[in-house]
Design a protein around this ligand. Structure first.
Ligand SMILES: *Cc1c(COP(=O)(O)O)cnc(C)c1O
Length: 423
């Protein structure tokens, strides 16, 4: 028995329950992934014991000689992975990375132009409930109502009227490729900075499956835990000349001591991401998303923008009616959850319902692809999704499809262990 299980069986049990939940279900939340054992090991290491406020070579604490080396490794590897001039690996999260860029280059109430949360953007891009929305003047763009994709001519026209200090691009629920060069050009034409937040698609940008904004836009922020498949955290990439302002904004501007165990795990993640097998993984993530989209479309479901270029699909449920009402994202999320398929409800373009209910579902392939599943399994999963949704659209109270699919989900999941060696 491990010492944790002896000392604190309550917590040890919860960790075990969560392990079983991850093992027995199919994780299709687009922002989640399964890290490698090496990343887990680095993250759970004694590197957490150290205070290392400051940066390599300029710390406010003694004893940082190994932490200096590991943070430099993480920074250098991130620069190499993306071809960046400078990297800051200290942001505790993607949101902190974004705040640090705003804090470095904007003043209170300066104008930010960014993608609306309800049309794919992120909370930290100016939502009224987030500090970004309270401290800055936010002007938001959405997608074209017909194509459900970004319309760059419209964005340019909007930028001319708004005259923002910064244009933010990048999204949490946008299934199509984003033209970062177009965003930078629009920003330059109105004398604004351009920040690209690649939290979701970082892995795809690093491996060439999505155009990379690094070296194209002024600032790039990311998380390390989504398609990049590393520990939970954030990072910023920028030009050398912007390094002092960005670094100062992260520390001491926004944060105190960096999470050195997480930075250690980030270094491992970036090494993994440079390995040829990671490129293969990212290619499979996209093939898997397309396989799901194809089957859902064949099954007559409505896919926002008609398909996907990346790791996620946005399903529009407004066509699945139940006695006049349409099936909500909330009901769909709950039903699929009962069947062992974890997805999240999501707003869609022209959303009529609250963010707690919604008319859409976001479905992503990074985690199931990390478990080794390929197109054949994706097609199977997509049929199951369609079966459950159609059944509950017919009869809200029906458990028939849910229970049948649940048994099949468990059988499929058991063939793809999270960590083959330990199960
Ligand atoms: C997930 C995400 C973030 C922030 O992530 P946290 O680490 O949860 O703060 C920021 N921007 C976008 C576009 C995201 O999808």
């Amino acid at each position: 028995m491990s010492s944790l299980a002896e000392f604190d069986p309550e917590v040890a049990d919860l960790i075990e329950c969560e392990r079983l939940r991850q093992l027995n279900g199919l994780e299709l939340i687009a922002s989640e992934n399964v890290v490698s054992k090496n990343v887990l090991e680095a993250m759970g290491s004694i590197m957490t014991n150290k205070y290392a406020e400051g940066y390599p070579g300029k710390r406010y604490y003694g004893g940082c000689e190994y932490h200096d080396v590991v943070e430099n490794l993480a920074r250098d590897r991130l620069c190499e992975l993306f071809g960046a001039e400078h990297a800051n690996v200290q942001p505790h999260s993607g949101s902190q990375a974004n705040q640090a860029v705003y804090f470095a280059y904007l003043n209170y109430k300066d104008r930010i132009m960014s993608q609306n949360l309800s049309q794919g953007g992120h909370l930290s891009h100016g939502s009224p409930v987030n500090i970004s929305g309270k401290w800055y003047s936010i002007f938001q763009y959405g997608v074209d109502p017909e194509t459900e994709t970004l319309d760059y001519a419209n964005l340019e026209a909007m930028a001319r009227i708004v005259k923002p200090s910064m244009i933010v691009c990048g999204a949490s629920a946008y299934p199509r490729e984003i033209d970062f060069k177009a965003f930078q050009e629009i920003a330059e034409s109105v004398d604004a900075y351009c920040m690209a937040d690649i939290a979701h698609i970082a892995g795809l940008c690093a491996t060439g499956y999505h155009n990379s904004p690094v070296g194209v836009v002024d600032f790039v922020t990311t998380t390390t835990h989504k398609t990049l498949r590393g520990p939970r955290g954030g990072a910023i990439m920028c030009r050398k000349e912007d390094a002092p302002a960005i670094d100062k904004s992260v520390f001491p501007g926004m944060q105190g001591g960096p999470l050195m165990h997480v930075i250690t795990a980030k270094a491992v993640c970036f090494k993994e991401a440079m390995h040829p097998s990671f490129k293969e993984y990212c290619g499979q993530v996209i093939k898997n998303a397309k396989a799901i989209a194809d089957v859902l479309a064949e099954e007559g479901l409505d896919i926002v923008s008609g398909g996907t270029d990346n790791h996620l699909i946005l399903l529009d449920l407004t066509g699945l009616s139940t006695n006049g009402d349409h099936l909500t994202g909330l009901a769909a999320e709950n039903a699929l959850g009962e069947a062992g398929i974890t997805v999240n409800k999501n707003t869609i373009p022209r959303e009529q319902l609250s963010p707690f209910v919604t008319s859409g579902l976001r479905i992503g392939t990074p985690a199931v692809t990390s478990r080794g599943m390929k197109e054949a399994e994706m097609k199977q999963i997509a049929y199951w999704i369609a079966r459950v949704l159609k059944d509950i659209a017919r009869d809200k109270t029906s458990k028939k499809a849910i229970s049948e699919v649940k048994a099949e989900v468990t059988a499929l999941a058991s063939r793809y262990p999270l960590y083959p060696e330990v199960i």
